[in-house]
Each structure stands twice: as C-alpha cells, then as structure tokens.
Design a protein around this ligand. Structure first.
Ligand SMILES: Nc1ncnc2c1ncn2[C@@H]1O[C@H](COP(=O)(O)OP(=O)(O)OP(=O)(O)O)[C@@H](O)[C@H]1O
Ligand SMILES: [Mg+2]
Length: 297
C-alpha cells in the first residue's frame, strides 16, 4: 500500500544538527509545492528535550517542572504527543491512541510534540517490549490516513541509541546523518553507520531503509573542515554516502532557534542565503526520496 515517506534525522552524538536540519527540511519542503503537492509536512518530535516542539511553542512545564505539550485546541484540555501510541504499554488500563497533530503558524507544517514525562518512561521500558513501540509507530505513520493528509513525515530523534531511536528507524523509509566535519563528529558518523547497517539488514527488499547520506552541517571554510570533507570524499566506502549538499555555519540558523523568536519568524528567511541553502538541501532529499520510494510517490 502506498504511504508517505518517513525521513529520520539521526546521530548518536549531540549537537550535530538533527533538530535544526530537520526543521529546515520541513520548512523548505513546506514552501516547495513541486514536492509537497499542496499537502502539509508532519514533523514528529521524538526527543524528550523537546527542541522541535519548543520551536513551535507547543511545550509547557507541568506542576513538577517537566515539559509536556500544551492542551490541544480540539481535545478538550487534553494534550497529545507521540507517546499516545504507547499508552497501553505504560498503563494496561489505557488504550493506545493515534496522536493528534497540532497545527502551527505555518499552515503547511503540523507537529506531533514530545512529552518529556512519558518519554523518559518509554526509554526505561523493558527491552522485550521495545519492538512494540516501533511497530505502533510504523503502523500509524504508514497508514492511509497519514498518506492522505501529509506529503512527508520528518522525525527529529534524541542523541542516543535507545528505544525511541529504534522506534523511529522501524517506522522510517529514509534516514540521514547530520555531522560536523571535525574529528569526533566524523568518528560518530562511522559508528552510527554500522548501527544503521544492522537496522537495514532487518528489512525486506520491498521495504528498504534508505540511507540518504551524511549531511555536512555547521561547515566553515577552515583547514580542519576542508580536510575532513576531503577525507570523506576520497574514502573508498564512505564517499558514496557523502551528500552533495551541505549547510554552512550561519547565525541565521541559530537565531531562528531562539525561544524569543515568534514561530512565524521561523519562516522569515525569504531571499536569504539560508533560504537558498535550505531549498537546495530539501530538493536534494526530495529527489532522492522520489528515486528510492518503493512503489513511487
Ligand atoms: N548550520 C548551522 N549554523 C549555525 N548554527 C547551527 C547550525 N546547525 C545547528 N546550529 C546550532 O547548533 C546547536 C545544535 O544544533 P541542534 O540542536 O540542531 O543539534 P542536535 O543534533 O539536534 O542536538 P541534540 O543532540 O542535543 O538534539 C543549536 O544551537 C543550533 O541552533
Ligand atoms: Mg536535537
């Protein structure tokens, strides 16, 4: 059955740009009718830190100071998060539910927020139950309902190898690894590459997990960055995975992360270098997704 592409940004190392690049990807795809065909992008925040959710002003501290989603306007004071899919795993008296995405100030971007409280419980769930998390996420994100409403699903993940990442990759059709061309970050890419390879081996040929590639992020014109990019370009096995696009270190990316920014300022990049770079990145991803989507888009 046809379903929406599910693109996951992943890296076990922190601070390499999983959140920023996935947000920029969502924004750029949302602005490109050729790729979104008029259907919104669904952005899923799978990181208990909730950076993606916060960006869209969807988080609030509860009485214990833990971050939870704001009440959903259509759920009578209740909130919704990706953890709705796993309520029964946490408490057998509760049914699992389909998450209710939140609309944002950008009509072409809907968000399923994180829930710090429930996510830490999910991370601690017994190992035998972990595959059930991936199965539920996969079933929902690959459903006809999601396909009908959304052009792309983009998932932001936490910097770990734990249960939430496993669930994201079980649901994923495509993945990419943002990294900084510096020693530790490049070593991190090699380590996650083997992890992804193991995940790919568990998939059938008609349901591949496609690696879209390594995305150089926070790139600066320094000898160190040039050297590491060259080493990857010249590498026998890894050169084929190095993306032909990159995101440079630009203050505008960080500025749009500022919690003082209003959400609609996120899209305030028209005519800037950032818009050009982000669109180039999104087009590269969308073309590769189109080429590799089983059954086509
Ligand atoms: N291309 C860029 N130019 C400038 N700043 C950037 C760029 N990419 C990311 N940043 C900044 O670097 C920091 C880390 O980025 P980000 O939060 O996206 O990384 P992450 O991999 O999601 O981190 P974590 O592992 O903690 O979730 C943020 O402050 C972000 O604003
Ligand atoms: Mg992040």
């Amino acid at each position: 059955m046809a379903h929406a592409p599910v693109v996951v940004s992943v890296n076990h190392k922190g601070g390499t740009g999983k959140t920023t690049t996935s947000r920029v990807l969502a924004q750029a795809l949302a602005s490109l009718p050729k790729y979104n065909k008029g259907k919104p992008i669904l952005s899923v925040d799978l990181d208990p830190q909730g950076n993606t959710s916060r960006r869209w002003k969807l988080m609030t501290p509860n009485d214990d100071g833990v971050s939870v989603p704001i009440p959903h306007p259509e759920l009578d004071g209740q909130n919704s998060s990706i953890c709705d899919l796993w309520l029964n795993l946490l408490d057998q008296s509760k049914p699992n539910l389909a998450p209710e995405p939140y609309e944002t100030s950008n009509p072409m971007i809907h968000v399923v927020p994180a829930n710090e409280e429930l996510m830490y419980e999910m991370i601690g769930i017994e190992k035998a139950k972990r595959p059930l998390m991936g199965r539920a996420m996969r079933e929902w994100l690959r459903s006809a309902d999601i396909y009908e409403k959304y052009s792309y699903v983009i998932i932001d993940t936490p910097p770990s190898k734990a249960a939430l990442n496993e669930a994201a990759l079980a649901a994923a059709t495509h993945t990419y690894i943002p990294f900084i061309p510096e020693p530790q970050s490049v070593e991190g890419v090699f380590s996650i590459f083997s992890y992804l390879y193991a995940q790919q081996q568990q998939r059938s040929s008609n349901d591949p997990l496609v690696l879209l590639g390594f995305l150089p992020n926070l790139v600066q014109r320094t000898r160190l960055h040039n050297l590491h990019l060259k080493q990857l370009r010249d590498h026998t096995n890894f050169s084929q995975h190095l993306m032909k696009v990159q995101l440079n270190r630009r203050i505008g990316y960080a500025e749009t992360d500022d919690s003082l920014c209003q959400p609609d300022q996120v899209t305030d990049m028209v005519g800037t270098q950032i818009e050009f770079e982000a669109n180039r990145f999104a087009k590269y991803i969308a073309e590769r997704v189109r080429e590799t989507m089983p059954g086509g888009l």
